[in-house]
Design a protein around this ligand. Structure first.
Ligand SMILES: NC(=O)c1ccc[n+]([C@@H]2O[C@H](COP(=O)([O-])OP(=O)(O)OC[C@H]3O[C@@H](n4cnc5c(N)ncnc54)[C@H](O)[C@@H]3O)[C@@H](O)[C@H]2O)c1
Ligand SMILES: [Zn+2]
Length: 362
């Protein structure tokens, strides 16, 4: 296959390019090398890194002419380019919407014009908001955003919206209602809606892989745009204790970047054969939920300290628990995660992070 990987210079995109090219596919990378992700002085990946016949285009997905050129001879698009993380504050909203949603619209319009009918999208678990909960009396319930007064008082667990009882959290499936809780989450959900509309209008087929928390070598260093594993890993590298927010009991699913790249590879192979006009979402998680506190402890232990501190701090817009049921991806596409939590975190504790100021590191 000849694959256009947007965001192919990023953390996940560059691992996808490595996976594809080592399996004999060709990759064309299109990446704007955003300063928020690369620190402004990043060296673009070389054509050689994009594999045999591959090339690297440094351009924005909103640049229609550059996208048109990059799409020549492409069989399938793997759309990873996006601004990630919670950002600094609401002032970042136009830039998130621009990169993620206008960018997706420009890409899809160019694909429609070029007759490229297959898309794999980097989706996210953030589209669900809070995960799945059940009340002993009311069964499945959907608690709304947590009140700041509760968070400030250290009441972190969401309660039943009907009776206030403690809730039990479970695994979210793809048919759960979506409920994006911040600007980034809203843009990730809009990307899916655009992809579904494009598929219907153009007779294409689209798959969204809703990644859980991805970690692994090459993860960007801590910035307002990075993930929690990167904050902890960066603190340890400075000799500081990882600072764990809330009480550390927030549950997530940490998935290794190699497994995410493998999921993209199987989806890219499968998407062309899907029903024209179809859109489908697949949760992409390890299937082994862990708490943020457990993750901090695993990293700190493997790094040789210092031990994490639980600070009770919180961020509005964070959800308490969200963990995926990734059975659909295993059953329908035959994907299986290979890197276990203990092994992956132990290796990540000493793996290089991406040096934002000095270009990419492997
Ligand atoms: N890292 C995670 O835990 C995680 C979880 C869920 C979803 N995702 C999604 O995975 C994808 C890749 O994320 P990542 O963690 O590798 O982040 P990253 O910042 O390392 O990579 C994103 C890449 O996209 C590029 N980019 C951003 N906007 C662009 C634009 N307008 N035009 C061209 N290039 C642009 C950036 O320069 C960067 O190289 C994103 O779509 C993200 O939403 C990531
Ligand atoms: Zn109840």
């Amino acid at each position: 296959m000849r694959v256009l990987v947007t965001g192919g210079a990023g953390f996940i995109g560059s691992e996808i390019v490595r996976t594809l090219t080592s399996a004999g596919h060709e990759a064309v990378v299109l990446d704007a090398l955003l300063p928020s992700a690369h620190g402004g002085t990043a060296a673009p990946p070389t054509d050689a890194e994009a594999g045999s016949g591959g090339r690297v285009v440094v351009a924005d997905v909103r640049d229609r002419e550059a996208v048109d050129r990059a799409l020549r001879g492409i069989d399938v698009v793997c759309h990873q380019a996006a601004m990630v993380g919670l950002g600094k504050d609401f002032a970042d909203a136009p830039e998130y919407v621009g990169c993620n949603d206008l960018g997706t619209a420009v890409l899809l319009a160019a694909m429609a014009a070029a007759g490229v009918r297959s898309l794999v999208l980097a989706g996210s678990m953030v589209v669900y908001g809070e995960g799945r909960y059940s009340c002993p009396r009311h069964g499945g319930v959907r608690p709304g955003p947590r009140a700041e007064a509760d968070l400030a008082a250290g009441r972190f667990e969401p309660h039943c919206p009907h009776c206030g009882a403690e809730l039990e959290s479970g695994l979210v499936t793809e048919d759960a209602p979506t409920d994006p809780r911040n600007v980034y989450a809203a843009t990730k959900l809009a990307q899916e809606h655009l992809a579904a509309a494009w598929a219907r209008a153009s007779g294409g087929s689209a798959v969204s892989l809703r990644y859980h928390n991805v970690y692994g070598p090459g993860m960007p260093r801590d910035t307002p745009y990075a993930g929690v594993a990167s904050f902890f890993r960066s603190a340890l590298a400075r000799g500081e204790a990882p600072r764990v927010f809330e009480d550390g009991g927030q549950r997530r699913d940490f998935i290794h970047v190699r497994d995410v790249a493998a999921a993209n590879a199987v989806a890219l192979e499968a998407v062309a054969a899907r029903r024209p006009g179809s859109f489908a979402a697949y949760n992409t998680g390890s299937g082994q939920p862990h708490t943020i506190g457990q993750m901090a402890t695993a990293l700190a232990t493997a790094h040789g300290g210092p031990a994490p501190v639980v600070t009770g701090e919180y961020r509005l817009g964070d959800v308490r628990h969200v963990t995926a049921d990734s059975r659909r991806l295993r059953d329908e596409l035959g994907w299986k995660p290979e890197v276990g939590f203990a092994e992956g975190m132990a290796r990540f504790a000493t793996a290089p992070l991406r040096e934002a100021a000095a270009g990419r590191s492997a």
